[in-house]
Design a protein around this ligand. Structure first.
Ligand code: ADP
Ligand code: MG
Ligand code: MG
Length: 203
């Protein structure tokens, strides 16, 4: 399982690199035009850690990824994604990696995002992709990890699309008020990329 989680982080880094210009373009409409650069820099640093360290367990791997994101990425997304991976890893410590355990650990990770960012559903943030993804995962978990992750990725994409008509109430985009309406949230977009990558690599 550790190889699959390593593959996930490497594949995510590749996809975020390929989509860096796109994420930054989304952030230029309602933020400060750095989300692509932030995610690319953070995940490149995670890959550098993977290249020089061998991990004994999935929880150590994920916690180190989280600490790396916190330390290498400024702005809102570094601490938020960093906290996600830290709490996701912590929740998997000493636990058998069943589909149900992975689902509740994902939820623990997202609870960390909420504890830090205080977002609510509909605030036009990454949580608008995470929340439906977690629910879809749980609904499909009886069909196994591949089905649960595929359902999560699909739900995240719908949540991402549903951020377009929303007015932002958290983060930089909220400074724009009504002018944030009509734009897709960058963080909900990167969350969807991470979950699509998970569906390809983890199951
Ligand atoms: P910054 O806004 O500091 O430049 P980024 O551009 O990297 O950071 O990330 C912006 C994304 O972070 C937003 O699109 C949104 O999804 C997410 N975000 C911002 N604030 C919050 C929050 N309080 N809770 C959850 N997500 C948030
Ligand atoms: Mg930004
Ligand atoms: Mg910024």
């Amino acid at each position: 399982m550790i190889d699959k989680f390593t593959d996930w982080l490497r594949d995510s880094a590749k996809v975020l690199h390929e989509n860096a210009a796109y994420l930054t373009e989304l952030d230029s409409a309602i933020g400060d035009a750095d989300h692509g650069a932030n995610m690319d820099r953070g995940f490149a640093a995670v890959v550098a850690v993977l290249d020089e360290t061998s991990f004994e367990s999935v929880d150590e791997l994920l916690k180190k990824a989280g600490m790396t994101l916190v330390s290498k990425v400024g702005g809102a997304s570094g601490p938020l994604y960093g906290t996600f991976f830290l709490r996701f890893g912590t929740a998997l410590s000493g636990v058998e990696l069943t589909p149900a355990a992975i689902g509740s650990a994902l939820r623990a990770g997202v609870d960390g995002v909420l504890a830090r960012g205080k977002a609510e559903l509909g605030d036009k943030t990454m949580y608008d992709a995470w929340a439906p993804a977690l629910d879809a995962y749980d609904a499909a978990v009886g069909d196994g990890l591949a089905a649960a992750l595929a359902a999560a990725a699909e739900a995240a994409a719908k949540g991402r699309d549903a951020t377009v008509p929303l007015e932002a109430r958290k983060g930089r985009a909220s400074y724009l008020g009504e002018r944030s309406i009509g734009h897709q949230d960058p963080g909900a977009t990167s969350t969807t990329l991470l979950l699509e990558s998970a569906a390809r690599t983890l199951a």
